[in-house]
Design a protein around this ligand. Structure first.
Ligand SMILES: O=C(O)C(=O)Cc1ccccc1
Length: 371
């Protein structure tokens, strides 16, 4: 593992002074090995200073929510959004539900308060955020999917395809045009779906025939298993297909966060909000009405919230994950729950040069093409 000089000496000082117990570092990711999350976790590990990386292990979790609610992980990797299929709903739902609830969010009922003003301690009102971890950075991974099946199975045999719902959504065009009769089945992860094709004892409600099944996963998933072949490659709807993964860490204080060299970007802050009116701040009365200032928004991700039993006829309530430009740290009267600042960004995989023409079905490479 390559150490980065500046950060390594910083880390060494911390290790020597006993500030950090580097023996218990865990990076939790959506497993099993061979998922996209696993690739990102390995990349993140390679960015850590040597002293920290050598005392850090990767830990596979069965679902995205179990990554985020992992009690002891010091680092967590979760997908946030994809350039083709959009938000990763399980990530949003877990971030929002573990941060927001009427009992754990006393400020939600107050009618006016000022928006978070710059910094004090970043952990002051964050105790209910995801296991005391905060967002610290992000890694964007280029995603190229393959279709895999048991050895000897060809595309014309396929009657069902299983994968993570993001992967199924990113390959819709291929699925609809090449195997339109195939049923799709959501699975917890891409690599998990691939592995399941080999499991003869799997309790399968749909009674699916193994020889008629395929899974969408990364090429790397096949490094971990024997018995599967690639039957089509590069099957995502766009060659430029990217997923943005969040990196969360226990090390909240800026002096403890390792910022990979050359990867600084303008910071963005993440907040969980119960209502969009919590966006407003600094409401100062004036002759023309209240002037409302909202920090520059990068994105608002909305998800259904649990229904409110006291007003059953309300429109479906929503919760929001909001991303602001800048490092906006919590103040005591802050509305919403602070989830951290992404202060660095690593891009894995180059952008594909496109000549402006749309990808056709013929561009999808079929391997063992008996279709
Ligand atoms: O299932 C995986 O491999 C994941 O890491 C989740 C995912 C699935 C598809 C695209 C990006 C992330």
């Amino acid at each position: 593992m390559q150490a980065e000089s500046e950060s390594s000496s910083h880390a060494r000082r911390r290790v020597e002074s006993g500030q950090n117990d580097t023996t218990a570092q865990v990076i939790a990711y959506l497993g099993p090995q061979g998922t996209y999350g696993h690739q990102v976790a390995k990349r993140y590990l390679s960015l850590l200073p040597y002293e920290i990386a050598s005392a850090t292990r990767l830990e596979s979790c069965p679902t995205i929510s179990s990554v985020l609610t992992h009690r002891t992980a010091t680092h967590k990797i979760v997908p946030l959004e994809n350039s083709i299929h959009g938000s990763v709903t399980e990530t949003l739902d877990t971030l929002l539900s573990s941060s927001l609830s009427s009992s754990s969010h006393p400020s939600s009922s107050s009618s006016s308060s000022s928006f978070p003003t710059p910094p004090q301690s970043s952990s002051s009102n964050t105790s209910k955020s995801i296991g005391d971890t905060l967002i610290i950075g992000e890694i964007t991974l280029r995603i190229q999917h393959v279709l895999v099946a048991r050895k000897g199975v060809s595309l014309s045999d396929i009657r069902w395809v299983r994968s993570h719902e993001q992967a199924l959504g990113q390959c819709k065009r291929f699925l609809n045009s090449r195997i339109p009769h195939a049923k799709t089945q959501k699975w917890a992860s891409t690599a998990g779906a691939a592995l399941s094709l080999l499991d003869d004892n799997e309790n399968d409600d749909l009674q699916l025939e193994r020889e008629e099944g395929a899974a969408i996963c990364s090429r790397a998933a096949l490094d971990e298993v024997d018995g599967l072949d690639i039957i089509a490659e590069d099957i995502q709807d766009e060659p430029n297909n990217y997923t943005r993964f969040l990196v969360l860490s226990r090390h909240h204080s800026i002096s403890d966060i390792h910022i990979p060299q050359d990867h600084h970007t303008s910071p963005t802050s993440f907040w969980a909000l119960e209502t969009l009116s919590d966006l407003t701040c600094n409401q100062t009365p004036s002759s023309s009405g209240p002037s409302i200032s909202i920090p520059p928004l990068v994105a608002v991700y909305a998800r259904p919230a649990p229904p409110d039993p006291t007003s059953p006829n309300e429109r479906t309530p929503k919760w929001f994950l909001v991303e602001y430009n800048g490092a906006i740290k919590p103040a005591p009267d802050t509305k919403g729950v602070y989830l951290g600042v992404s202060s660095w960004h690593v891009q894995v995989g180059d952008k594909v040069q496109q000549n402006g023409t749309e990808k056709t079905d013929a561009d999808v490479a079929l391997v063992n093409n008996h279709a």
